[in-house]
Design a protein around this ligand. Sequence first.
Ligand SMILES: NC(=O)c1ccc[n+]([C@@H]2O[C@H](COP(=O)([O-])OP(=O)(O)OC[C@H]3O[C@@H](n4cnc5c(N)ncnc54)[C@H](OP(=O)(O)O)[C@@H]3O)[C@@H](O)[C@H]2O)c1
Length: 305
Amino acid sequence: MRALVTGATGFVGSHLVEHLLDRGHAVAVVRRPGGDPRLLRPLLHRVVAIDGDLGGIAASRDAIDAFRPDTTFHLAWSGVAGPGRDDASQVEGNVSGTLELLRVAATAGCGTFVGLGSQAEFGPRTGAIGEDAPADPTTWYGIAKACTHLMARRLADDLGVRFAWIRLFSAYGPGDHGGALIPTLIRSLLDGGRPSLTAGEQRWDFLYITDAAEALRLVAESPDGAGPFNLGSGRVHRIADVAAAVRDLIDPSLPLGLGERPYGPRPIMHLQADVGRLREAAGWEPRTSLDEGLRRTIQWHRRAA
Ligand SMILES: NC(=O)c1ccc[n+]([C@@H]2O[C@H](COP(=O)([O-])OP(=O)(O)OC[C@H]3O[C@@H](n4cnc5c(N)ncnc54)[C@H](OP(=O)(O)O)[C@@H]3O)[C@@H](O)[C@H]2O)c1
């Protein structure tokens, strides 16, 4: 595969790049000049680096043409984490930038486009969520992702590009965003703090990041890898149990402040991917148990400290 990866400096993208390189694929990454290459730095000497911004990706056309990608993994997205996640600015550069990237990639001869969507496209639900569940997003992030999916799917069809849209549920692992639940817990406990948590009755689906990277590759490689795919572990864990597991791996004597904080205004009490389509179409199975994934993540945080 000759893979063009956007968002390669991010949490998911850096793991995807490593996974593709380790399997012998040629990789070019689109990098924002001035972006933070920390997670990608150990891999930079093994990739073709193309300067580019989703807000003006046509300016990178010559370099993308020269690389001749056959597959594009589009992970770049402005405002994945942090306060801008529920802001209307989600729509501006992200949606039009994705469509422009698709045009540029198609012109360069790329026949497969794998875009990253999110569970946020569905809005709050109970039970395992399949691909056919109606999109009812409540955040600007989810709305922008759902719109991008529909527009890019239509454009890919017009351009004759095979198009897959992978709605990732909660991934975790080394390099995860500082504000996400698992890294926040780990950092707090490693620093000897007492994390202040809700009662933790929410049941969420946590997928270890290398399993996510493998799913993206398998979809791209599979002849049936087109259309929407929901990507999670397919299992749920109570947040209180996840917190206790993290604590026990660090130091079982540490206190956990469960129940010290109220739930937010619209808590997501159940979040679970139905991964049946991914299993059937791409032959994918998650390999990493929660315990093993947490162990590796904690190890990474200890080294990074
Ligand atoms: N993490 C999850 O659990 C999760 C769940 C569902 C969906 N997703 C999706 O997976 C993808 C990757 O997420 P992530 O967690 O890895 O996010 P992340 O760590 O915030 O990475 C975002 C990436 O996008 C790049 N980017 C942002 N704006 C850009 C622009 N205007 N032009 C070019 N590149 C730009 C960033 O580059 P800089 O380094 O220059 O900022 C970074 O490489 C996103 O599409 C996200 O919506 C993630």
